[in-house]
Design a protein around this ligand. Structure first.
Ligand SMILES: NC(=O)c1ccc[n+]([C@@H]2O[C@H](COP(=O)([O-])OP(=O)(O)OC[C@H]3O[C@@H](n4cnc5c(N)ncnc54)[C@H](O)[C@@H]3O)[C@@H](O)[C@H]2O)c1
Length: 404
């Protein structure tokens, strides 16, 4: 049996790509799980930057900086690459949220499997388009909600599902980021998004992942006080309450106007109260910090994704943490799909794929499209509520939100 390796196409090349996706894929290649790596971005300037960040890693980067001006945008360059990919392929979609749908549909139509950064997409209508195509083609489309792999969250799920906490009553989460996010990093699309849609979605997904409950009603509150004074029409902060099908209520507070010199980039945590017990966890401050002449005081979260010295090879970085586990899951899953389909073709191969997808769907652990739909629906409902002055929003049976 030939040794299997996954050929990866990454579409994007921005912040998440640099900090989490590419380090994961390069490490998976060192472990023998990945073959060819191609990164296709909007322009060759982004590829040149990635070459500077990863000088020792080989990858095909397109558009090619040697033949294309750095600022010439090629927004559909990824399409021809999809057509060239074989059955060992896996596509990482790491572009801004509003571009996910078309790229996922194109990849699945080209016969590929996909890992998509959260959220799956921005509209429930688009999520159903994706679900319909994915189910027709028996494709694997995994939304990378990495909080699901955080041990502090997995612990809550495990103990909740054992019954230790009883019936859900209520919960509270906070996730807040500094001003440089809307004003610098995401200034091109901050007004189209919000701190809830960008990061609050993680905790909406967590509540669903832990309890398996479906949302029933949402009401959201938003403030625009600081950002308008510096020329941005984005919300400073959004808070939402989600009522779930069992009557429990979950409050999520989000902001992206925290001080820029906050010692941790994303402050976050959660509490959960059930009829038999409670859970409380700080998810950013893990009681570990550095103080250096160069960087000052720095909260250090060793759990997300940090480089450590490799145990076997001097000078090699060992990326560890739930960011790595979550991003590499797609590669490990694709290897399992290939193994299940080995020696099969046509209907037999499709049946093998469907068997695996059904099994993974039953665990509820991976955000496959029907699960990722919940985060999309809550995002759309929060936007509707906040833009209409904090009106209640309900869902129909397909999770389309509507003003109550
Ligand atoms: N899991 C998380 O917690 C997490 C964290 C950050 C971002 N994200 C998600 O990851 C995605 C990307 O976020 P980011 O922070 O890296 O954004 P970013 O703006 O830094 O990067 C997006 C990249 O996509 C490129 N791009 C745009 N159009 C393209 C096209 N047509 N073809 C190829 N490339 C194109 C841009 O040039 C840019 O390099 C978003 O969906 C975001 O919500 C997830």
């Amino acid at each position: 049996m030939a040794e299997r390796k996954i050929d990866v196409l990454v579409i994007g090349g921005g912040m998440i790509c640099e900090e989490a996706v590419l380090p994961t894929i390069f490490q998976e290649r060192r472990l023998g799980n990945v073959g060819q790596i191609t990164v296709v971005s909007l322009n060759s300037g982004i590829i040149s930057r990635l070459r500077e960040v990863f000088p020792d890693e080989e990858f095909v980067g397109l558009p090619d900086p040697d033949t294309t001006p750095p600022d010439k945008n090629v927004p559909t360059g990824y399409k021809e690459l999809l057509a060239l990919m074989g059955e060992n392929g896996l596509v990482y979609v790491t572009t801004p949220d509003h571009l996910h749908t078309q790229m996922i549909l194109d990849a699945v139509n080209a016969g590929q499997d996909v890992v998509c950064m959260k959220p799956l997409c921005l509209k429930v209508e688009e999520a159903w388009q994706i679900i319909s195509l994915v189910e027709q083609k028996a494709a694997y489309v995994f939304t990378e909600y990495h909080k699901r792999r955080d041990r502090a969250v997995r612990a809550l799920r495990y103990r909740f599902r054992r019954g230790d906490l009883g019936e859900p009553l209520y919960g509270h989460a906070w996730i807040e980021e500094p001003k440089y996010m809307p004003l610098d990093k995401f200034k091109l699309w901050a007004e189209k998004s919000s701190p809830f849609e960008y990061v609050g979605t993680h905790y909406a997904d967590v509540y669903h992942y832990v309890t398996g409950l479906m949302p029933k009603r949402v009401v959201a509150f938003g403030q625009k006080k600081f950002l308008p004074t510096v020329g941005s029409d984005a919300y400073d902060a959004i808070q939402a309450v989600i009522e779930w099908e069992n009557g429990s209520a979950f409050w999520i507070q989000t902001s992206w106007v925290c001080p820029d010199d906050n010692a941790k980039m994303t402050q976050q945590g959660m509490m959960f109260q059930g009829t038999k017990g409670e859970y409380k966890a700080e998810h950013a401050d893990r009681n570990c910090y550095f103080v250096t002449d160069e960087g000052g005081f720095e909260h250090y979260n060793p759990n997300f994704m940090k480089p450590y010295d490799d145990w076997d090879t001097p000078g090699v970085k060992d990326w560890t943490g739930y960011g790595y586990e979550s991003n590499s899951l797609g590669i490990r899953d694709k290897l399992k799909i290939l193994a299940a389909c080995e020696g099969k073709s046509g209907d037999e191969a499709v049946a093998a794929r469907k068997g695996l997808l059904k099994q993974w769907s039953a665990t509820g652990c991976r955000a496959l499209p029907r699960q990722a739909l919940i985060g999309v629906a809550i995002n759309e409902a929060v936007r509707l509520s906040v833009d209409s002055g904090a009106k209640f929003v309900t869902f129909d049976e397909r999770f389309f939100p509507k003003l109550a």
